[in-house]
Design a protein around this ligand. Sequence first.
Ligand code: COA
Length: 254
Amino acid sequence: MTDILVTQSGPVLEIVLNRPEKKNALTRAMYDGIVDAFKRGEGDPAVRVMLITGAGDTFCAGNDIGDFQVRATADEAFHASPFLDVLSTLAKPLIAAVNGQAVGVGTTMLAHADLVLAVHGARFVMPFTSLGLVPEAASSLLFPRLVGLQRASALLLLGEPIDAATAHHWGLVNQVVGAEALMPTARALAERLAALPPAAVRQTKDLIRNGAPDVPGRIAQELVQFRDRLRSPEAAEAFQAFKEKRKADFSRFS
Ligand code: COA
């Protein structure tokens, strides 16, 4: 599967959308390739962080429009469904390094990434209505939460494109960097995440994504987990390292 490149560098699994001649538009086979990579990352205790980026000048031009046409006549289930199921339930953190344009699912997938970096020239657009379509990947739920109702309406109703600076200002992107700095910055962030206690990271991600919707419920849920965490080997190592005035080493945990 050469349209999806997967490499592992220590605790970081890197996934590259590698169809630059078609602006990394996602075919069914590519969705399947990403699903395989995500499953590999989730299943391998050595992997602590996943990172996704695109080859060439585009992050992802969205779903392959040719595939859309085939599917419209083939009466089959949406072939991105398994991708969306896995993407939206990843237990391990996902970093997106947006190296250029992000169209359709190229942008909606970012709401499922835990940290998003983008190059100065990145551009984000979700042109669903102009294609006679509706939002996907729970973007109609997540974007209003992420950027606010009116901004989400401009993005999803009008299909208004935004540049990297606006995406940063609106909270879709954590940091905007030069093209040469993108992968070094993304990898450094991945290493930082990977050096943290892995179970604490996974539980924190789960609380952020799936915690109880009300304050009392969330406090109660956090307390239960906090108590368990206090007794965890990860916390024991952190406390001991503090007492011994050394850097904590969480490398033996998974
Ligand atoms: N599906 C299929 N092919 C696509 C594609 C897509 N989503 N996006 C780009 N391509 C193909 C183009 O057809 C072209 O193929 P060709 O060289 O055989 O003619 C090639 O990729 C390069 O695209 P091009 O449009 O020439 O590049 P660009 O830099 O001028 O523009 C985009 C890049 C991403 C802005 C533009 O290609 C685009 O708008 N694509 C459609 C995005 C879209 O609507 N996606 C669906 C969202 S739901």
